[in-house]
Structures are given as structure tokens and as C-alpha cells.
Design a protein around this ligand. Structure first.
Ligand SMILES: *Cc1c(COP(=O)(O)O)cnc(C)c1O
Length: 403
């Protein structure tokens, strides 16, 4: 215990207190499991917040990272590298079911917020190129698009926004799945709409296919761009390459990050068709974006997902898992698709379930007082999933006791 205390003290004395006290100090991982500095093992049902799609320390990703680091680690964007180009090509293959439309192009960034910053610049420049008043931007209530000031302007939660006001002007929030409100909000001055297929940070709230389809129709008829934020839902999370594939909608811009590098920091803003031409030379940039080590890691991640047939496996396993979770006493609702699962309890016990889970060897995450979010590695087996479902009644009981 003393050792952990020391790490916690050193953390508190050296890191800015933006995340609160860390729940654990983790030292190593393998597959869907991690171990803390005390050697205790946990089944990781959070996956680094939807990041570790093929688990921890995957040998092929480790090899790709090490191999690229030993070859060429960074060059700046004055130059290109084979992994950067290979990754962009691969993303264009998978971003839409039949491949990206003609003219589509990729901007590589380092995080989800930065991918959305690039998308925001595309939306703004697109609007201003048409008219000086085409500056309205719509986002959804409960939306989360990141913490940089631009992405934060598109993020709904007041507690995140208030300390930094005023944010970027022109952003308006409309209710989720409310097509009438969407129609009422649209006019020729809307430059673009940002939308998540499933609102992950908000507690895994699915956006209906009909809503995505309405956004597509209304943006197209008003000359506005549709941006789908796939930072959490992309890269196989839902059992499809992208969360929006199930809706049949083809947006103008798709942003990716979290799962893309399997743990390496990388993001992507993909312009589909005409939206790919909005940013020209000098209009945007980044020092690290497209870094060959991160790009090589991402290529390895995408290859493992394909070679191991993880999309079909996630679809198969998750349906069964969700229906078993829904039958647990004390569970009010189970939402989501694939391995992005929201569990609502009858009572405000989510924090207690997370704490009891930690004691029992599960890494869990609460997005609200009565809501858990599971975003485990896509390699999580049906047996591992079931081990959590079996443990859940006792975690709920422990949480109710300590309430
Ligand atoms: C996590 C997340 C972001 C922000 O990504 P960062 O890498 O933390 O900047 C943006 N959008 C969605 C939907 C996310 O889940």
C-alpha cells in the first residue's frame, strides 16, 4: 500500500489537478487486462475510454511502433512518409462502406479535439466562402466534441464551458432526435452541423438513424456541411467501421481519434467529396499530425481488426451481452451498439458500482450518477463479458449498501 501512496503523492505534487485523484496507478497490460503497481489484475471494460480497441500491448502494434521508431520517427509536414500516406489511403477505404466518394482527402491530427478543430475550420471557411453571414453552426444538446476552445464551443455541458466564456460565437444547440426543432433551426446562414452517431460522454445516448438522415437532407438542401464526430464511435466500436454506417448516411466530414492508434495519439479529419477541398495550402497545420510512428500504429490496428474479424465478432458478442446485462436486477436500461454500452441503474449508484468493481477486479466508468459506460477492447471475449455480467449483481448490492 505504501508504494501506491507514494505514487499518488508524487502524482498530486507534480501533475495539474485537472482529472481529480487517479483511481489506480497502472503498470502493465496485456489483452483486455491491466495490472496496477501492486500487481492486482483488472478486466478493462473502459479500454482507455474507447481507445485500446485491440487491447493492451498488442504484439503487432508494439512491433509496428518499435519498427517505425527504429526507421524514421518524425519528419515534419514539409515532407511525407509512407505510413502517413498508407494510413490516409486506408481511411478512405473504410470511412464509407463502398469507399470514400471521389475527391475525398484526409487531414491527420493528434487527438479528437484537434480532428474536430480541423472540421470546424472546414465548416467556417465553407460558410464564409458562400456568404459573410453564413456563420451559424449547429450542434446537439448533450454533445461532446472536445476541450480545446473551438471543440468546446461545440460541447454542450455548461460546467465545461462556463469558465472559458465567451467561446466561438454562432454555435447553437438543438435537442437530440427532434427533427421539427432541426427544421426550425435551419436556414441559409447555417454553415454546418456537428453530430455524434451515439453520444458517448453523455451516457451512450444513441442518435436515431432518422435524425442523422434528416440532418443529411437539411444540410444538403441548405448548402451546409454535415460533420459526423466518430471520435468515440469509429474504428469498429459499434461493430461497423463507423457508427454512422448503420444509418446509410454519407456526411461531408468524418472525424476520428480515440481507437485509431490503439493507444497512440492520433486523430483524423476526413473530408468526403467537395468538403476535402475547403482547406488549401497554409489554411491549417500541425507539427505532429501524420507522425509516422502513430500512423504505423494505426495501420497495424486496422489490420488486426480486419485479420481477426473483430467487427463481426463484436456485433455477435455484444447483442447477447447487452440482453444479459438488461436482465440483471437493478438495471433499468441498456443502450448502445457493439462495444459501446450504457447501463442505467434504478438508483444513483453508478459511482458505488465503479468502486465495488475496482475491488472485484473490473475497470469501469460512470458517465453520470446512475449510468455506467462500457467501452472495452474489441478483442474482449464472450467469456470475459459474461464474467462481468455475473459479478454485476454483487457490485450493485455493494453499491446499495454504501449509499
Ligand atoms: C473523446 C472525444 C472527443 C475529444 O477527443 P480528445 O482526443 O480527448 O481530444 C471528441 N469527440 C468525441 C465524440 C469524443 O468522445
Amino acid at each position: 500500500m505504501k508504494h501506491t501512496t507514494t505514487w499518488n503523492e508524487r502524482y498530486a505534487a507534480s501533475l495539474m489537478n485537472t482529472f481529480g485523484a487517479p483511481a489506480l496507478v497502472l503498470a502493465e497490460g496485456e489483452g483486455a487486462r491491466v495490472r496496477d503497481t501492486e500487481g492486482r489484475e483488472y478486466l478493462d471494460l473502459l479500454g482507455g475510454i474507447a481507445v485500446n480497441v485491440i487491447g493492451h500491448a498488442h504484439p503487432l502494434v508494439a512491433q509496428a511502433i518499435a519498427g517505425q521508431a527504429q526507421t524514421l520517427g518524425h519528419v515534419s509536414n514539409f515532407f511525407a512518409t509512407p505510413p502517413q500516406i498508407g494510413l490516409a489511403e486506408k481511411l478512405l477505404d473504410i470511412v464509407e462502406p463502398g469507399g470514400a466518394p471521389e475527391g475525398s482527402r484526409v487531414f491527420l491530427a493528434n487527438s479528437g479535439a484537434e480532428a474536430n478543430e480541423a472540421a470546424l475550420k472546414i465548416v467556417k471557411a465553407h460558410g464564409l466562402a458562400i456568404s459573410p453571414t453564413k456563420t451559424r453552426i449547429l450542434a446537439l444538446e448533450h454533445a461532446f466534441h472536445g476541450r480545446t476552445l473551438g471543440a468546446l464551443s461545440l460541447t454542450w455541458k455548461e460546467a465545461y464551458r462556463a469558465p472559458f466564456a465567451p467561446l466561438i460565437p454562432g454555435v447553437e444547440f438543438i435537442p437530440v432526435n427532434d427533427i421539427a426543432a432541426l427544421e426550425a433551426a435551419m436556414d441559409e446562414d447555417v454553415a454546418g452541423i456537428f453530430i455524434e452517431p451515439i453520444q458517448g460522454e453523455a451516457g451512450v445516448l444513441p442518435v436515431e438513424a432518422a435524425c442523422l438522415q434528416a440532418v443529411r437532407e437539411l444540410t444538403a438542401s441548405h448548402g451546409a456541411l454535415m460533420v459526423i464526430d466518430e471520435v468515440q464511435t469509429g474504428v469498429g466500436r459499434t461493430g461497423e467501421w463507423m457508427g454512422h454506417h448503420a444509418s446509410g448516411v454519407v456526411p461531408d466530414v468524418v472525424t476520428l481519434a480515440k481507437g485509431l492508434g490503439g493507444g497512440m495519439p492520433i486523430g483524423a479529419c476526413i473530408g468526403l467529396g467537395g468538403a476535402a477541398k475547403v482547406l488549401g495550402p497554409g489554411m491549417h497545420g500541425t507539427t505532429f499530425g501524420g507522425n509516422p510512428i502513430c500512423a504505423a500504429a494505426a495501420l497495424a490496428v486496422l489490420k488486426v481488426i480486419e485479420d481477426e474479424g473483430l467487427l463481426a465478432k463484436v456485433k455477435r458478442t455484444s447483442e447477447q451481452w447487452r440482453s444479459e446485462l438488461a436482465r440483471v436486477e437493478g438495471v433499468r436500461e441498456v443502450r448502445g451498439r457493439g462495444y459501446l454500452i450504457g447501463i442505467d441503474f434504478d438508483a444513483r449508484i453508478a459511482a458505488g458500482v465503479v468502486a465495488a468493481g475496482r475491488e472485484a477486479g473490473f475497470i469501469l466508468n460512470a458517465t453520470g450518477p446512475s449510468t455506467l459506460r462500457l467501452a472495452p477492447p474489441l478483442i474482449l471475449t464472450a467469456d470475459d463479458a459474461r464474467s462481468f455480467t455475473r459479478a454485476l449483481p454483487s457490485l450493485i448490492a455493494a453499491a446499495q449498501e454504501t449509499q
